[in-house]
Design a protein around this ligand. Structure first.
Ligand code: C2E
Ligand code: CA
Ligand code: CA
Ligand code: CA
Length: 280
């Protein structure tokens, strides 16, 4: 009826107003958070399947808002939309480099140990991205060889030529590159071959069912083979069970990351637990 229709429109308008208000509040909260320096990172170990040693870690952003800890899935899309990710991303890189300098200074980092940092499309697209990274490394007196930058297929494909030239410049500083969430994007194999990345991270949605679903099993097996043929190091994300670990071990020399080994934890805890000894 007409009446119900009108009610629907009103409800819809109300909802839009609520959404707009929420977005404004989020924007204000994020500006405050930047001012108060409420963004920080946690570390999740990356484990070598053969030696069972921790060979690196991924830095994952968190937002400490009062006594709440907010997950990046709730605010990163907004940071990306508003380009604030460029600022916040640089701060996270600064913090990770400060941590590297500190642990390196106390001789806690073994050769080849790397900290992976997620880089968004907006950051990579900046013409001053290389300069920014170089400045941060210099500021903390950190060698790029302790860093891996994680980019997704869509980020890499945004502007292939530009991406490739930037990757090559950063590689000269020692920075490594990982293709994140592999399998969820739409990159063709020819693109993959052209990207000068070092690691390929199989998205956790594929790892989830490897021990249950024949198709996923075959898919992951082919990705591992593909990665190997391209001379890349394979990382399996979201490893949660012993069965998955066993399956993956039988299927190649790869790196593991997931709750089976550890959830992301505070850097101090990471240091105590994994640096110096590096045995899980
Ligand atoms: P991602 O880069 O794919 O990071 C892996 C996500 O999987 C993390 O979620 C991690 O906590 C989660 N994870 C790891 N192991 C397991 C597991 O065994 N099971 C399950 N269920 N999950 C697991 P998190 O920390 O919530 O981060 C979500 C996403 O936010 C990241 O996905 C990344 O895209 C983005 N992100 C996080 N930190 C940053 C950052 O500093 N900069 C940018 N641009 N993006 C970031
Ligand atoms: Ca990542
Ligand atoms: Ca990922
Ligand atoms: Ca993911």
């Amino acid at each position: 009826s007409k009446k119900a229709g009108r009610n629907c429109v009103t409800l819809f308008k109300d909802e839009m107003a609520t959404q707009a208000a929420e977005l404004l509040k989020l924007e204000r909260d994020i500006m405050k958070a930047m001012f108060r320096d409420e963004f920080y990172f946690v570390l999740q170990p990356i484990v070598d399947s053969i030696s069972q040693k921790v060979v690196g870690a991924e830095a994952l952003m968190r937002w400490r808002k009062g006594d709440e800890i907010i997950s990046p899935v709730e605010f990163i899309p907004f940071l990306e939309e508003s380009a604030l990710i460029v600022d916040v991303g640089e701060r996270i890189l600064n913090k990770v480099c400060a941590f590297i300098a500190d642990t390196k200074g106390r001789d806690l980092l073994s050769d080849g140990f790397r900290f992976a940092v997620n880089i968004s499309a907006k950051q990579l697209a900046r013409t001053d991205f290389i300069e920014t990274v170089s400045r941060v490394l210099t500021k903390h007196n950190v060698d790029g060889k302790y860093l891996d930058f994680e980019i997704t297929e869509s980020v890499a494909l945004n502007n292939m030529e530009d991406t490739i030239s930037k990757i090559l410049s950063l590689k000269k500083m020692g920075v490594g590159f990982s293709l994140d969430d592999f399998g969820t994007g739409f990159s063709s194999l020819s693109h993959l071959k052209d990207l000068p990345v070092d690691k390929l991270k199989i998205d956790r949605s594929f790892i989830n069912d490897i021990t249950l679903d024949k198709q996923d099993e075959n898919l992951v097996r082919s990705i591992i083979q593909l990665s190997k043929n391209l001379g890349l190091t394979t990382v399996a994300e979201g490893v949660e069970t012993e069965a998955q670990v066993e399956w993956l071990m039988l299927n190649g020399d790869i790196l593991f990351q997931g709750y089976y080994y550890s959830k992301p934890i505070d850097p101090l805890k990471f240091e105590r637990k994994y640096l110096n000894q590096e045995v899980v």
